[in-house]
Design a protein around this ligand. Structure first.
Ligand code: FES
Ligand SMILES: [Fe+2]
Length: 325
């Protein structure tokens, strides 16, 4: 288990809620902890994927009568993680030690979130999730063999658009400068005022737009932007990174759009896949993997103001895993 209370006591996405049916279970991972998640009567459970009897993976078993049945000797664990039946001795009360290792799990805004610690807050919210005026599309997850914080920082960085997303989010032969923008920072995270970006292929409509981005980063590994392209058109993106290792993570992305309802979903997904797969090799190439929080490391220019604020905020929070001091 990682030795970083700030990160440990937070929530991370382990699955899309739609992928976990009632009475089903899934094997997932958070850092190096293998987990089994399952659902019974709508309630979501997340346990260490481990049976205390002989160490078999519970996720290889099955759900039976509202319990998880271990694949090896059929011990059954109820929703509280308590062993209720040892089939070899059906008339004997299982020992008190026969329990699953139970973690916190909750369903929120289309995802299953897990904490391996004791979080004070709820999972971060996607503001447009419950707004019917928006079409929601789940994309990814994308597996980046790169650093989780560098993945978030890439999401917060508007200066890479013309190069990494050439002719989509910017023009590499005529890259638009970044004007001054505001950054706000407090204990609820780091945010920006509007940042203007011209985009030749601004969204799934395939038309040029001037977009005004406003970013928000409420947690070390989750972030959001709203992109205003005029006439009340808003394209919002929620992202959250599930840390697996210092150089391995899953990026979950969900978008909410209040225009272009006639455009087919595959058109939206295709553009998202293109963009996030363009970021992947860049993030995977960044060395060293840990994000440097010492601002004397790497070189910062005016347009990096937001990413610098992100690094400062991580340092203030006391994040130690996945970063260098
Ligand atoms: S290992 Fe799970 S019942 Fe034996
Ligand atoms: Fe990008």
């Amino acid at each position: 288990m990682i030795d970083d209370p700030v990160l440990l006591n937070d929530w991370y996405i382990v699955a899309a809620a739609r992928d976990l049916a009632d009475g089903a279970m899934l094997s997932v991972r958070l850092w190096d902890e293998e987990l089994v998640i399952w659902r019974d009567d709508g309630q979501v459970m997340a346990w260490k994927d481990y049976c205390i009897h002989r160490g078999a993976k519970l996720s290889l078993g099955r759900i039976a009568d509202g319990t998880v049945e271990c694949p090896y000797h059929g011990w059954r664990y109820n929703a509280a993680g308590v062993c209720t039946l040892i089939p070899a001795h059906p008339d004997t009360q299982p020992p008190a030690k026969a329990r699953a290792v139970v973690y916190r799990a909750v369903e929120c805004d289309g995802y299953i979130w897990v904490s391996l610690g004791d979080p004070e807050k709820e999972p971060p919210r996607f503001p447009e999730w419950s707004d019917d005026g928006y079409r929601k599309v789940l994309v990814g997850p994308y597996n980046y063999h790169g650093n989780p914080f560098r993945t978030v920082e890439n999401f917060l960085d508007a200066a890479h658009f013309p190069f990494v997303h050439a002719n989509i989010n910017g023009d590499p032969d005529d890259p638009e400068p970044i004007g001054d923008y505001e950054v706000f920072s407090d204990e609820d995270g780091v945010r920006t005022g509007p940042i203007a970006r011209f985009q030749p292929f601004g969204d799934h409509r395939g038309i040029p737009v001037t977009a005004y981005y406003q970013y928000n980063c409420p947690r070390p590994l989750s972030a959001y932007f709203e992109k205003d392209t005029g006439e009340g058109n808003r394209f919002c993106t929620f992202m959250a990174v599930t840390p697996l290792a210092e150089d391995d993570c899953l990026l979950w992305v969900q978008i909410a759009i209040n225009y272009g309802f006639d455009l087919p979903e595959p058109q939206i997904l295709e553009r998202q896949d293109t963009v996030y797969n363009q970021d992947k090799p860049i993030i995977e190439s960044q060395r060293p993997h840990p994000l440097p929080l010492d601002l004397k490391e790497e070189l910062h220019v005016r347009s990096d103001k937001y990413c610098v604020a992100y690094r400062r905020w991580l340092k203030e929070l006391g994040v130690t895993w996945g970063v260098s001091q």
